[in-house]
Write a protein that binds this ligand. Structure first.
Ligand SMILES: [Mn+2]
Length: 317
């Protein structure tokens, strides 16, 4: 119940952005850029991620980071994150200069909610390699959510990280933050996995996704989230719950591409050719599906003649 009212509140305040059938968006979440120590789970995937980012930059996509981009629970100072992954930030800055960067905060970078904090830590940093202060993302603005609205049909896509209303990750985020910061971080460095995180906890995933499905039954928008680290493209047009997955899976990264009115789930991973040449491969995991087919406000009606939008728990990737 709390989750639903939180989601409705976030939805009503979400920043509106128009899109059309020529738009290209890539939705990426849970990058968890860290300090390149052994607890930085993004470290092993940084080259894959960088390559994917370059592809989207060259292919005119708008990059939407759906929360938890920087791991600020385990790494207090963004300075260390910047130093560890400066090439990534330089590329994000190019998206920013082209007006193709949309940054959402999640529970692991909730600090960015405060514009003064984002201004202080995200706009410039000391580059120890160059020995000088340099710009990171000048003028960057972090929002909690966005609402993509189709220019002609007014179809809506609600995008948020997905931790909203999850007590320990939302209202009490500072408590979890403290535990991670002062206790968990050290266990993590020893190689212990965090079982309470939605990534590894089956029950918790279920709960979060259940709330999202409940929200969808009361709203006609499509919903794109991250947070659970479970990539998801619906099995049918009656279901409007999408999840980007994450960038810290040992097998690679996953994301959602929306281009020319279609949406698909893709992965990027390391592969090799017959001659032993190693390369980074983009693979279509599921889809594409037509965005307009998800438009329930057009043909759905209020009496549920689209079927009662069964929340299928099966077939998730
Ligand atoms: Mn999260």
């Amino acid at each position: 119940v709390r989750t639903l009212s939180r989601l409705n509140d976030v939805y009503s305040k979400a920043k509106e952005i128009e899109f059309d059938n020529h738009s290209k968006y890539v939705f990426v979440a849970d990058v968890h850029r860290g300090d390149n120590s052994s607890s930085d789970e993004f470290g092993p995937n940084k080259n894959i991620y960088y390559h994917a980012l370059q592809y989207y930059y060259q292919d005119d996509f708008t990059y939407v980071e759906v929360g938890d981009g920087d791991e600020l629970w385990e790494t207090k100072n963004i300075q260390y994150v910047y130093t560890s992954h400066s090439a990534v930030f330089n590329l994000l800055q190019k998206f920013q200069e082209d007006n193709r960067l949309i940054m959402l905060y999640g529970n692991h970078n909730m600090q960015m909610k405060n514009p003064a904090y984002a201004e202080k830590y995200m706009t410039s940093a000391y580059d120890s390699f160059l020995g000088d202060d340099i710009d990171i993302l000048p003028g960057v603005e972090f929002v909690e959510a966005i609402k993509l609205v189709h220019r002609e049909t007014r179809q809506e896509i609600f995008v948020c990280h997905g931790h909203q209303g999850d007590l320990g990750n939302d209202q009490l985020w500072w408590l979890s933050y403290g535990l991670v910061r002062h206790v968990w971080r050290y266990l993590h460095k020893l190689g212990i996995k965090y079982m309470a995180s939605p990534t590894h906890n089956k029950y918790k995933q279920h709960k979060t996704e259940k709330s999202h499905h409940k929200w969808l039954r009361q709203n006609s928008a499509m919903l794109i989230c991250g947070h659970t680290h479970r990539p998801r493209l619906p099995n049918s047009y009656d279901d409007r719950y999408f999840n980007t997955g994450c960038c810290i899976h040992p097998r690679g990264i996953t994301c959602l591409e929306m281009s020319y009115g279609e949406i698909a789930l893709v992965s990027w991973s390391v592969s090799s050719r017959r001659d032993g040449m190693v390369y980074i491969k983009r693979e279509l995991l599921k889809g594409p599906m037509t965005v307009e087919e998800f438009n329930k406000s057009n043909n759905g009606g209020t009496h549920g003649n689209q079927g009662n939008s069964q929340t299928s728990e099966t077939g998730q990737l």
